[in-house]
Design a protein around this ligand. Structure first.
Ligand code: PGA
Length: 265
């Protein structure tokens, strides 16, 4: 039985353009032959999106961005608009990550406008939602539903099936944290799916898990039926670790194993 699973990474504020090129050079041989049931995507910083395009154009791996301004153009020094990202071939744009909410005070009203901008330009918004601290599950589920309804308030009905969601509990993200248990993730994803199915009138909106994912935890997380994929941060800065996560739970051909060990070029 095969089921489509998405495995993506945001590099956050890591890797220069030169380092990005080296990352792609190492990744591509390590994921050659990855079956079609796994789809990969990479969200570099704005400064390396062009590098992603150079390396990934013509491949099955999508690329995108970690943020976007809600307006299509204007006097907004330092910001980047959705048409600029679409022009670079971006297919996915992350919005609402807890680090942007924390560092830039982004609220659901702004995130909703960003979702609309991404969809207007033919790309898919990857909306991050999640509780900040650990809490009772009923309270977490209520918070997730409230955040979804506010962040997705501006999405017109015909565009709803193009939305992607990442469950990102802030307590499980970043150095020193550990991934949430597969059991907790399954429960949260089921609640998210239930809300999204009622909202979109179909069951096709993927829900990815993000928060300290590594190659050791990935197989158990991907084995959960409610987990449609993984969204990887710091552990993907090593391209071979990202490749291991991409292959998690799948039989891996010898050449890919050799590449991951550094045994062949
Ligand atoms: P992390 O980041 O894997 O480094 O915890 C995940 C994320 O923020 O999406």
């Amino acid at each position: 039985m095969t089921r489509l699973r998405l495995v993506g990474t945001s590099w956050k504020m890591h890797l220069t353009s030169s380092e990005a090129a080296a990352w792609f050079a190492a990744l591509l041989p390590a994921v050659a032959g990855l079956p079609g049931e796994r789809e990969l995507f990479v969200l570099p910083p704005f400064t390396s999106i062009w590098v992603a395009r150079e390396w990934l154009a013509g491949s099955r791996i999508a690329w995108g961005a970690q943020d976007v301004h809600p307006d299509d153009a204007g006097a907004h020094t330092g910001d980047v608009a959705a048409p600029m990202l679409a022009d670079l071939g971006c297919r996915i744009v992350e919005i609402g990550h807890p680090e942007r909410r924390r560092d830039h005070g982004e609220d659901p009203a702004l995130i909703a406008r960003k979702a609309a901008a991404v969809l207007r330009w033919g790309m898919r918004p990857l909306l991050c939602v999640g509780e900040v601290g650990r809490g009772e599950f009923a309270a977490v589920a209520a918070l997730l539903a409230d955040d979804l309804s506010r962040c997705l308030a501006a999405v017109p009905a015909p565009d709803r099936a193009r939305v992607m969601v990442a469950y990102e509990p802030a307590w499980a993200i970043g150095a020193g944290a550990q991934a949430a248990s597969a059991e907790h993730v399954a429960r949260a994803h089921s609640a998210l799916h239930e809300w999204l199915e009622a909202w979109s009138a179909n069951g096709s909106i993927p829900v990815l898990y993000g928060g300290s994912v590594n190659a050791t935890e990935a197989p158990a997380l991907l084995a959960e039926p409610a987990v449609d994929g993984l969204f990887v941060g710091r552990h993907a800065l090593d391209p071979l670790e990202f490749a291991r996560i991409a292959w998690a739970g799948l039989p891996r051909p010898l050449e890919a194993l050799e590449t991951a060990r550094g045994g062949s070029s």
